[in-house]
Design a binder for this molecule. Structure first.
Ligand code: PEP
Ligand code: MN
Length: 363
C-alpha cells in the first residue's frame, strides 16, 4: 500500500511540541460559560497544557441525553482564548459545524470516532474545510478498521489540510473488558508504520472510561512514541453532563502528568547506544536462524504433503495437531515463553503448513 500524504511536522504548527507532547485538556462537553471558563483557567496554570477541548455538538449513543449546547458555546470558547494562553478545539461532524467553528475563531477541529466511520460524512467535512488552513485531528473509527482511519486522513489531506494528526481513542470492545474502548495498540502502531510522519494523540479518557485507567494508558501511549494526549478535564466531574466517570479535575490532571515518565526514542548516552547496537545485531542473527529453521520445517511439511497425497490421507489429523500444541507449549515454558505466545505461534505455523499441503493436494 502506497500512501503519500502532504503534512507539516507538528512542531511547525505547535512549536512547543519540540520539547513537550501535545497536551489537550478540557471537558467532554461545554455545559455553561462558567464551567468552560473556570475549567480553562485552572488547566492553563499547568505549563504543559497547550490546547483546551470542549465538545459543543455531542454525538450521543442514545437520544434523550445531553446533546451539547451547540453553537451557543462558541462565544465561551472565544472567551477562553481571550482570557488564557490556551488554543481551543472542538469536534465537528457536519459542514455547518466547520463553518461556524472557523467563523468563531476555533483553532483546532477534530473529527469524532462516530463520524470517521462514515466516508460520506468525512467527505462533507473535507469539502467544508477546503480553502481553510486549520489543524484537524481525526479520531479512529469505533470499529477496528485501519483503512477507514487512513481513508479519513487522506480525505482531509486531499482537501488541502496539511496540519493533520490522528487521535487514538480505542475501539468498541466485543467482549467484557476493563477498558471502555479496547486500545488495540497494534492498530495504532500499524498506523505509525504506514504513516510515520503522522502525529498520534492518545485519548486515554475514552480508552479507559475511568479516571484510574488514564495514567497507565497515557504511559503506554508515550512508551509507544505517541506525540500527545487528549484528557477530559472538568471542574466538577461528578456532575458532568456527559462521560462523568472518566473526567478528572484539573488538580488530578496535574497528578497524572507528574506521574508519567517521558521516554525518548533515542538517547545521547553512548554506552547505551553501543550496547543497543550489539544486542540488536544478536537479534538479527537469531532472526536469520529462525527463518532458516522455518524454511527447513516447511520443506518437511511439503514432503509429508506429497506422501499424504499419494496415500489418500487427509491433511489435518486433529490428534497430531493437539499433541504439537501441548508439547511446544510445555517446552516453551522451560524457555520462559508464555503458553499464549507459543500457542499463537504454532497455530500460525500450523495454518501455513495446511495451506502448503492444500496446494500440493490440488496441484
Ligand atoms: C469526545 O471526545 O468527547 C467524543 C465524543 O469522543 P469519541 O468521538 O472518541 O467517542
Ligand atoms: Mn467524551
Amino acid at each position: 500500500m502506497n500512501i503519500e500524504l502532504n503534512i507539516e511536522p507538528m512542531e511547525q504548527w505547535f512549536p512547543k511540541t519540540k520539547d513537550l507532547p501535545l497536551l489537550i485538556a478540557g471537558p467532554c462537553s461545554a455545559e455553561s460559560e462558567e464551567q468552560v471558563l473556570e475549567t480553562a483557567k485552572l488547566i492553563e496554570k499547568d505549563h504543559r497544557a497547550m490546547v483546551y477541548r470542549a465538545g459543543l455538538w455531542k454525538p450521543r449513543t442514545r437520544p434523550g441525553t445531553f446533546e451539547g449546547v451547540g453553537a451557543k458555546g462558541l462565544p465561551w470558547l472565544k472567551k477562553v482564548k481571550e482570557q488564557t494562553r490556551l488554543l481551543v478545539a472542538t469536534e465537528v461532524a457536519k459542514a455547518e459545524h466547520v463553518q461556524q467553528a472557523i467563523d468563531a475563531g476555533v483553532d483546532i477541529l477534530w473529527i469524532g470516532a462516530r463520524t470517521t466511520v462514515n466516508p460520506f460524512s468525512v467527505q462533507e467535512l473535507a469539502d467544508a474545510l477546503k480553502g481553510h488552513d486549520i489543524p484537524v485531528l481525526v479520531k479512529n473509527p469505533i470499529n477496528p478498521d485501519l483503512q477507514l482511519w487512513i481513508g479519513a486522513l487522506e480525505r482531509i489531506n486531499q482537501a488541502g489540510i496539511t496540519k493533520l494528526g490522528a487521535i487514538h481513542r480505542g475501539f468498541s470492545p466485543n467482549s467484557e473488558s476493563k477498558y471502555r474502548n479496547d486500545p488495540k495498540w497494534k492498530l495504532a502502531i500499524e498506523l505509525k508504520r504506514i504513516l510515520p510522519d503522522m502525529p498520534i494523540v492518545c485519548d486515554p479518557s475514552h480508552i479507559g472510561g475511568s479516571r484510574e485507567l488514564i495514567e497507565p494508558v497515557a504511559q503506554k501511549a508515550f512508551d509507544l512514541q505517541m506525540e500527545g494526549l487528549m484528557i477530559e478535564t472538568h471542574i466538577n466531574p461528578e456532575v458532568a453532563l456527559s462521560d462523568a466517570k472518566q473526567q478528572v479535575t484539573p488538580a488530578r490532571l496535574k497528578t497524572i502528568l507528574d506521574a508519567i515518565i517521558l521516554r525518548r526514542a533515542d538517547s545521547a548516552n553512548n554506552e547505551f547506544v553501543e550496547s543497543l547496537k550489539e544486542l540488536r545485531g544478536k537479534i538479527d542473527n537469531v532472526d536469520d536462524e529462525l527463518i532458516t529453521l522455518l524454511g527447513k520445517r516447511m520443506a518437511l511439511v511439503d514432503q509429508i504433503g506429497e506422501s499424504k497425497k499419494e496415500n489418500n490421507v487427509t491433511i489435518l489429523q486433529v490428534g497430531r495437531y493437539e499433541n504439537i500444541l501441548n508439547d511446544r507449549v510445555a517446552k516453551g515454558e522451560d524457555e520462559n515463553l508464555s503458553a499464549d505466545f507459543v500457542k499463537d505461534i504454532f497455530e500460525f505455523i500450523h495454518q501455513n503448513s495446511i495451506k502448503r499441503q492444500e496446494k500440493i493436494m490440488n496441484d
